[in-house]
Design a protein. Sequence first.
Length: 117
Amino acid sequence: QVQLVESGGGLVQPGGSLRLSCAASGIVFSGYQVTWYRQAPGKQRELVARIGHGGSTKYVDSVEGRFTISRDNAKNTVCLQMNSLKPEDTAAYYCNAVHYMDASNYWGQGTQITVSS
């Protein structure tokens, strides 16, 4: 059974930092493109950051320079380091993995980030 489990969410003040982790079981993460999405209430889900199976990265403009996505294939984990958090970063964050060859697709259950003073 494949599982993606996100952790690291919570409440943080503006300007603070959080580190999200997406841990996979049942799959070999190294063959997957992994994307962090977020969805705020009343808004569409948006891509936040993506890391390819080869390590290439992509960010939405609003987080460029503040967020860093990384992967540790030995630990079957992808992390999202979030610095200089803003209230507009408040959302539920989801981890998604898509295999680069067969396009098998998995989602985590999500973790909530709230940025507020």
